[in-house]
Design a binder for this molecule. Structure first.
Ligand SMILES: *Cc1c(COP(=O)(O)O)cnc(C)c1O
Length: 457
């Protein structure tokens, strides 16, 4: 192979253009080879095809065809969230404009650990994080890799403000919250049972009354399993009455901030000390696009950190922005560019309409489930998650239906245990899925629920 060209610099664009053509062609070829929402055949078949495409992982001499071959293999073997029948998780189909912006980040490779590696990117991040924080009723926000890192930072900030703080969360909370408490050496968290799917204020009041020492409550706006929103104003009142700190995990529900129709369901959000947002869910961003918003910017002071090669005192005094305190990471990719491009290209209106569309689709899907005698609906959806199950089926049948559809490459649907039973979960994040796609999905599940070997007549 001749000398491999660089992505940026004077020759960068000319070197990239033919490579991008290869990538785009390979994406199309791979999708055609797949022919559905995910590859058929299950893990072994997929791994065998990847092994073939890869060949020797570190050959003595390279092969210029590798780009086409591997991108094609990845596309052929992907679970594509842009396919309406790929609807298991909070796994979003990214917007084309966001992916295009992300390419510029890969090319320029700014790193947000010091101003001299990211002059414009750091300025952009400062402006856009503040605007997003304000949209959530907070003062500032840090960019993270997602909800998990945001929750981790929130628990860290609580610990620094209140040494020995104990986390109190609903049983419906994301698993990353108790994990953060463990990681940060905090007392064992207390999980308040949530039999109705959301935190019950009376049960939370009891827990806060009984517990000693500094407390931090984590509420959820958009539970991962069911898309439910805890009663935020009541929880904020209780936290104020008990002197507890409040964190709201709005990784999923935070997207409602863009929607005029649905924003009011986040009332109370602004009363939290910290808020987790995650734009690789209801924000249609490529991974990663997380944020942690804070109400009081003084809370962030504890993250201040000095490394002479990155933020020497005299450099900071001379006016070079000090970026190290904006993250626990050092080298850090400007995920803010794709976010900024999306916000300014679509505007609040454009994003709000996408949010409204997925919420409306979920209502339509729930109505179709209710109207079908073969299915039981868990509840009307709050966000864009619908839980349902084949009527009268035991849990192992429900689990088998999901795996059968995965194995055959026909649909990607999720699972969730609620009320002690296993449910099928459809998380609708594709704003362009049509009612006919939802009907097709229901039909696939119906067929997959038939006993093995049964062919419908
Ligand atoms: C998805 C999710 C998270 C975790 O976010 P990642 O981006 O996967 O780290 C945290 N909390 C809730 C409520 C979520 O739905």
């Amino acid at each position: 192979m001749t000398a491999p060209p660089l992505a940026s610099g004077p020759q960068g664009p000319a070197a990239l253009r033919p490579l991008l053509d290869i990538v785009l062609d390979a994406l199309r070829e791979g999708a055609e080879a797949r022919g559905g929402p995910l590859p058929a055949g299950g893990p072994e078949a997929v791994a065998a095809r990847v092994r073939d495409a890869l060949g020797e992982p570190l050959p003595a001499e390279g092969d210029p065809e590798a780009l086409r071959r591997l991108v094609r293999a990845l596309a052929a073997g992907t679970a594509d969230p842009a396919d309406p029948l790929c609807a298991a998780h909070l796994h979003t189909p990214p917007l084309a404009v966001a992916a295009a912006a992300d390419l510029a980040v890969s090319v320029l490779n700014p790193s947000l650990d010091s101003w001299d590696q990211a002059p414009a990117a750091s300025a952009l991040e400062a402006l856009v994080t503040r605007a997003l924080a304000e949209a959530a009723g907070a003062a500032d926000a840090l960019v993270t890799t997602g909800g998990t890192e945001s929750n981790h930072l929130a628990v860290l900030l609580a610990r620094e403000a209140h040494p020995g703080v104990r986390l109190v969360h609903g049983a419906n909370a994301h698993h990353s919250l108790p994990r953060a408490a463990w990681l940060l050496g905090l007392p064992d968290p207390v999980a308040v049972p949530t039999p109705a799917g959301v935190l019950d204020p009376a049960a939370l009041d009891d827990a806060l009354t009984q517990l000693q020492g500094p407390l931090m409550v984590a509420a959820t706006a958009g539970t991962t399993d069911a898309g439910l929103i805890d009663p935020l104003p009541e929880i904020a009142d209780l936290c104020a009455a008990h002197g507890a700190r409040l964190h709201i995990d709005a990784a999923y529900g935070g997207g409602l901030l863009f929607s005029d129709r649905h924003r009011a369901r986040l009332d109370g959000l602004a009363r939290a000390h910290t808020i987790t947002l995650d734009l690789h869910k209801l924000g249609w961003q490529p991974v990663a696009a997380g944020l942690l918003a804070v109400r009081d910017t003084h809370d962030l002071a504890v993250l201040g950190h000095r490394a002479d090669y990155l933020n020497a005192d005299d450099d900071t005094e001379a006016g070079l922005p000090d970026l190290l305190g904006r993250s626990l990471r050092t080298t850090r990719r400007p995920d803010i560019l794709k976010i900024a491009v999306t916000l300014t290209t679509l505007g609040r209106g454009g994003l709000g309409r996408l949010v409204d569309q997925v919420c409306a689709l979920a209502q339509e899907f729930a109505t179709a489930v209710e109207a079908h005698p073969g299915f039981e609906l868990h509840d009307r959806p709050t966000l864009s998650t619908v839980l349902f199950r084949p009527a009268g089926a035991p849990d192992d049948t429900v689990a088998a239906v999901r795996r059968r559809l995965l194995h055959d490459g026909r649909a990607v649907i999720g699972r969730a245990v609620l009320d002690g039973r296993l449910w099928l979960k459809v998380t609708l994040l594709n704003p362009y899925a049509r009612p006919a796609d939802l009907t097709a999905l229901l039909k696939l599940v119906d067929l997959a629920a038939l006993p093995e070997g049964h062919t419908p007549g």
